[in-house]
Design a protein around this ligand. Structure first.
Ligand code: PLP
Length: 406
């Protein structure tokens, strides 16, 4: 891929504060005045808006600060438009609901974040009449076979949680488009290093809570897509974001706007360290899943899709065989080395680790876990970048030795 998200972002980064500040100002108002009474009905009719004469209406609709963040997000993903939401799951739920009506179907990867899985498996069928057919997303024949004339979208994660399955985005886009459906890609695991929209995806969603935020302190989400789709989400009469209301606070949008300029650097360092750890672990004979390893089944595929210079991401999974061993190792690393925190989530500057089968993927049944390849002793590690790489590796190795895994 030749797309350069860092350059793309730097091109839109010239929103100055109202006093010429190098950072933009925060527009906290929840309501906006118009200079003439006649303008208000025009806004309600959709004839005036943020992109049509610069008119803002109400904070749950477009907010100028959140909209600037949306432009940053669109620049990073190389989409026409983007908007931020108050969580990743709301970005996902609203995108699917915008495309589907009761009776419609989506085809989704079976290896996805547990919350999304629950939303698709339990909530959508019961509450919205949307049927979700789960497939092994790397089996394109299975994907095709699951498509019906009611399919409105194919849904996948770019690199999936926690097994590091890589989606063949160009091929999935073709399958979706041939069926008159959209391809939605959750790019939470691989911002900067993968640009799904450049590869054919129609809608890119994010949990900004993870790498984009980077501080494990803000719950936030994003939708990047065509201007038409973003406007549909914000439509006063039929827009899922506007009417279900997962609005991002402008103070939060401002905070996040300061983190995106160094997202590229952070991703490079997460990847560099994860690559080092994965190679070391593999050389010690451990069972490690990392798409940067030549042994990973999707290494060649991911290599053909990534933007240059960002590596293969900050997460790897280590299969320690049993839940007991996984727990013993994580306890040791946290207690005796003070490295690695037992916590769900990912993309933090420090290292987070969890045993997926009994935590973030516990929404899946035993059979579903098996189908998705999530072994009971699988430890997911989101590698941070604090401390020196050498010290961190020594700590990790000592813990492995103490619990007799090497
Ligand atoms: C965390 C996560 C989500 C949900 O995002 P929230 O910000 O917690 O709502 C969705 N997809 C993936 C891949 C995630 O890791």
């Amino acid at each position: 891929m030749s797309f350069d998200p860092i350059r793309s972002l730097s091109k839109v980064r010239h929103e100055f504060g109202e006093h010429g500040g190098v950072n933009m100002s925060i527009e906290t108002s929840t309501t906006f005045t118009v200079l003439a009474a006649e303008t208000m009905p025009e806004i309600f009719m959709g004839e005036k808006g943020p992109d049509q004469g610069g008119c803002f209406l109400y904070g749950r609709h477009f907010n100028p600060t959140v909209y600037v963040l949306g432009r940053y997000l669109a620049a990073i993903e190389g989409t026409e438009s983007g908007y931020a939401t108050s969580s990743g799951i709301s970005a996902i739920a609203c995108s699917v609901m915008q495309l589907c009506s009761p009776g419609d179907e989506i085809v989704a990867s079976n290896a996805i974040y547990g919350g999304t899985f629950a939303l698709f498996k339990e909530f959508f069928p019961i509450k919205a009449g949307i049927t979700v057919r789960f497939v092994d997303i790397s089996n394109l024949d299975e994907v095709k076979a699951a498509i019906t004339d009611k399919t409105r979208a194919i849904y996948t994660e770019s690199i999936s949680n926690p097994t590091m399955v890589v989606a063949d985005i160009p091929k999935l886009a073709t399958i979706a488009h041939d069926a008159g459906a959209k391809l939605i890609v959750d790019n939470t695991f691989s911002p900067m290093l993968l640009s799904p929209a450049q590869l054919g995806a129609d809608i890119v969603v994010h949990s900004m809570t993870k790498f984009m935020g980077g501080g494990s302190d803000i719950i936030a989400g994003a939708v990047c897509a065509s201007k038409e789709f973003i406007m549909e989400l914000m439509d006063l009469h039929t827009g899922a974001v506007m009417l279900l209301g997962p609005t991002m606070d402008p103070r939060v949008a401002f905070d996040l706007s300061l983190r995106l300029p160094h997202l590229g650097l952070r991703m490079q360092e997460h990847s560099r360290r994860a690559q080092f750890f994965a190679e070391k672990l593999e050389s010690l004979g451990l069972d490690v899943l990392y798409p940067g390893l030549a042994s990973h089944r999707h290494h060649a595929l991911l290599s053909s899709l990534t933007n240059k210079g960002f590596g293969y991401g900050g997460l790897f999974a280590l299969d320690l065989g049993t839940t007991d061993r996984a727990f013993a190792f994580m306890n040791d690393l946290q207690r005796n080395e003070g490295f690695g925190m037992l916590a769900v989530s990912l993309g933090y500057f420090d290292t987070l680790m969890s045993c997926s089968a009994s935590s973030t993927s516990s929404e899946l049944s035993e059979e579903e876990l098996q189908e998705a390849g999530i072994a009971p002793g699988l430890v997911r590690v989101s590698l941070g970048y604090t401390g020196t790489l050498e010290d961190r590796w020594d700590q990790f190795e000592r813990a492995l030795k103490r619990v007799k895994l090497i």
